[in-house]
Design a protein around this ligand. Structure first.
Ligand code: E4P
Length: 218
């Protein structure tokens, strides 16, 4: 399973990149706003800085909600770094049309705000590179986000779609573990949840014992 980091924070991206396990980055308008970037010039500069920092795809979401606006913005975003920028488009009628438009041009796309198998089917039929089902937000309303990942993974495999399931809205380390079991292609996670995979009390305790032994031999 690939690991993307779900943030627009340059320090966190740098930290995750330095671990050597980072496969890409996802951002969204809320995450960008958190970084205090304002205006097209600053926003584009920020995306460029992210692209220069990582080796994989960087999802940049359009702000427009209409097809024409999405196309204009997507074209501009693509130019920032054609090899890395992945145009992130919402799963709406206009968004699906835009996914189709960009996938026909060979641009990488991420169809976001996916909450049902039906939406995932449309994203794949439109040729999305990634489909982003939101686990945490479904859990928040009493539904089962992981079950949706399992259903989409099965459906894509049954019909032979190449669209990758990008598990999003991950809130904790256990979500990541469940995504592995579900067969997600990618999980986009906050840095804290990735680091949570490392922590184990027996690793900490075992290391203490080994350090003491090593000390005794000096
Ligand atoms: C996905 O790409 C989104 O950026 C993100 O995972 C949304 O997560 P949230 O529900 O924690 O806002």
């Amino acid at each position: 399973m690939k690991f993307f980091i779900d943030t627009a924070n340059l320090d966190q991206i740098r930290q995750a990149q330095s671990l050597g396990i980072l496969d890409g980055v996802t951002t969204n308008p809320s995450l960008m706003a958190k970084e205090g970037v304002k205006g097209k010039k600053q926003i584009f500069k920020h995306y460029k800085a992210i692209c220069d920092m990582v080796d994989g795809p960087v999802s940049a979401e359009v702000f427009s909600t209409d097809f024409k606006g999405m196309i204009k913005e997507g074209e501009e975003l693509h130019k920032i770094d054609p090899d890395k920028i992945t145009i992130k488009l919402p799963c709406t009628e206009d968004g699906i049309k835009a996914v189709k438009y960009f996938s026909q041009k060979g641009y990488r796309t991420n169809c976001t705000l996916v909450f049902t198998v039906g939406q995932a089917l449309l994203a794949a039929k439109a040729g999305a590179t990634f489909c982003s089902p939101f686990i945490g937000r479904l859990d928040d309303i009493g539904e089962d986000g992981i079950q949706l990942i399992e259903q989409i993974v099965d459906m894509y495999s049954y019909y032979g779609f190449e669209t990758q399931v990008l598990a999003a809205s991950i809130r904790h380390t256990n979500h990541i573990l469940r995504c592995i079991e579900a067969g997600a292609d990618v999980a986009t996670c906050p840095y804290k949840s990735i680091i949570g995979l490392i922590d184990h009390p027996l690793t900490t305790k075992g290391l203490e014992i080994f350090c003491k032994a090593a000390e005794s031999m000096k």
